[in-house]
Ligand binder design. Structure first.
Ligand SMILES: Cc1cc2nc3c(=O)[nH]c(=O)nc-3n(C[C@H](O)[C@H](O)[C@H](O)COP(=O)(O)O)c2cc1C
Length: 199
């Protein structure tokens, strides 16, 4: 295991500091069922507008449901297929775009993102790695798995254990070892007025 800890001006909690989107998964190490359950519980307890919980997650296990897993895997962009095939768990995060009375829920994506982030933090705390992907064919996966039109297919997600540094395949090494970066705090966080940097 190797870390790419967030460089922060003051310490932040481990599940956030240690989370990063790696691509080198250990294909021989499945995610234990109790850990999988903990991930779902973490997502389930995310906040949502009116407590509506617009998220839905569809999961595929590479080993247990290999046919369905393959159909889902083939919806990924080629650039993602090149590494995501080793992750033992593949997920799709969807959002219900309508409230029960048919009104549009304009917070559904926001809420679903919060649920995925909760899942990601829980995964990090359990020693797992999560990688979200926008690179997939949303139309294709909707058709393959009969996902209702009122749900947005937002992101595919891989989950599993990381490979030790010395086993990272050569073609992934550059990206896996590259440092992580973020904009400066002052560029994204304002105080009192738009673009007035927080002190
Ligand atoms: C909605 C979303 C879509 C993403 N799509 C892809 C993707 O298709 N392929 C990929 O390799 N990474 C994807 N990523 C991962 C981002 O590139 C990554 O989160 C970002 O570079 C920050 O790196 P970090 O997560 O390690 O901090 C996606 C992340 C998010 C949140």
């Amino acid at each position: 295991m190797f870390q790419k800890i967030a460089q922060t001006q003051t310490p932040i909690i481990d599940p956030l500091a240690l989370r990063w989107s790696g691509r080198a998964y250990d294909a021989n190490r499945p995610v234990e069922s109790e850990k999988r359950l903990a991930l779902l519980e973490a997502a389930r307890w995310a906040p949502s507008c009116f407590g509506y919980q617009p998220w839905r997650f569809l999961m595929w296990h590479r080993s247990e449901e290999s046919q369905a897993w393959r159909r889902a895997f083939e919806c990924l962009a080629e650039s993602n297929q090149s590494w995501a095939g080793h992750a033992p768990l593949l997920m799709l995060a969807c959002a219900d775009t309508q409230f029960a009375d048919g009104r549009p829920n304009r917070w559904c994506q926001y809420d679903t993102g919060a649920a995925v982030m909760s899942l990601s933090a829980q995964a990090t705390a359990l020693g797992l790695m999560v990688h979200q992907m926008g690179g997939f064919d949303a139309k294709k996966i909707r058709n393959e798995f009969a996902i209702p039109e009122s749900f947005d297919c937002l992101a595919m997600i891989t989950i599993g254990y990381q490979l030790p540094r010395e086993q990272v395949p050569e073609e992934l090494q550059e990206r896996e070892l590259a440092p992580r970066s973020r904009r400066e705090l002052a560029e994204s966080f304002f105080e009192g007025a738009w673009e007035q940097s927080a002190s």
